[in-house]
Design a protein around this ligand. Sequence first.
Ligand SMILES: Cc1cc2nc3c(=O)[nH]c(=O)nc-3n(C[C@H](O)[C@H](O)[C@H](O)COP(=O)(O)OP(=O)(O)OC[C@H]3O[C@@H](n4cnc5c(N)ncnc54)[C@H](O)[C@@H]3O)c2cc1C
Length: 383
Amino acid sequence: MVAKGDLLYAWTTDSGLAKKAECGGAVTALLKFALENKIVDAVVAVQKGFDLYDAIPVAITDPKDLDQTAGSLHCGTLLMSTFIKNYLDGAKKMKIGVVVKGCDLMGLLEEAKRDEINLNNLLTIGVNCGGSVNPTRARAMIQDKFGVDPDKVHKEEIDKGQFIIEYEGGHKGISIDELEDAGYGRRTNCRRCKYKVPRQADLACGNWGVLGEKAGKATFVEVCSAKGADLVSKAVASKKLETCAADPKGIEIRGKVEGAMLKLGEKWRKKDFTGLRDDLWKIIDKETSRCIKCYSCIEKCPVCSATAFKGRDESIMVRRGKLPSDPMFHLRRFAHISDSCVNCGQCEELCPMEIPLALFSHAIRVEADNAFNPKLGASSYTN
Ligand SMILES: Cc1cc2nc3c(=O)[nH]c(=O)nc-3n(C[C@H](O)[C@H](O)[C@H](O)COP(=O)(O)OP(=O)(O)OC[C@H]3O[C@@H](n4cnc5c(N)ncnc54)[C@H](O)[C@@H]3O)c2cc1C
């Protein structure tokens, strides 16, 4: 029997799925098992769209379609929580199995606090996440730093600190550090993120710590809840999944890699926040003067779309038809989300004027946490 707290290597028994999956295919095998056995009514995952820079969220009800979602798309910068909130009625009427990175999970937790998501109807399969890459920047990076036509690339992966591409005629890897020093690499909010293993999900799955002959062929699964343990137990009993105990050396390495990533996150915070400290409001005032009031930052935010800003009503916040926007609009928005910004980066990702909105709201959130509850630092999921 599998129990909460277990650390396992797991792999699918389906050889077709194993070829498409990122590592052991445990994530897809478990979701497929849940759908086939009506543990969930639908699965929300990510699928390749037009090309590998185009990751699209999908809601799947036929288990046969799930294999198309296997594999990791590192240019997938979408947020699963707002997808469920906006298009699937917040899981209020159906049971949903969903793949979540740390930011997706934090978004779900914040939306649940606002009664916009029913967590009881969710089965959350977490994937560890070292960060994702903006698709437009990824294309430029591949052209400039790899010297390869981005349209000729058919596979990308992040492994052992390198961004690796396979393309017509070869493969090439460059260290993420080198790419980031040159202004490419992961999104800036991902660099600052310190929620790499989503332990508030039912299961946290990844490739860190899979050693020896299992490397690349098994998924490292941390069982985080009784619901997750039950799912793995049933899938193993039905012969859809095989497991063994994780190698103790692998567990140690996984812990060290996670620790190193957290330190790196702290380093990026220092770097990004330092220049802001003295002049934050002046910088915000200058940067937000480019705002064209498209409202993307509000609509896709898991935290602020809910209440105060929803109506876009003149009487609430925003004077319609007036550009540049009133600086108070932005200041109020930052204040409104300052206790709960999850640093998912959606506001910045979607801003057509390239205002570094996530940087500002994350800086304010961290400052607020430190001011009001310094002890929270190490344990809070965004800190
Ligand atoms: C952006 C990103 C960064 C990652 N970084 C790390 C890391 O640093 N360390 C580590 O141990 N593991 C990392 N992983 C997890 C790892 O790549 C595998 O997803 C995990 O090991 C599960 O493997 P699997 O074979 O069981 O998954 P599969 O059976 O192949 O299933 C993968 C699932 O992930 C979903 N998915 C793909 N892209 C995204 C996306 N952008 N957002 C949300 N869901 C997505 C797919 O739809 C599918 O359901 C990362 C994953 C992603 C998406």
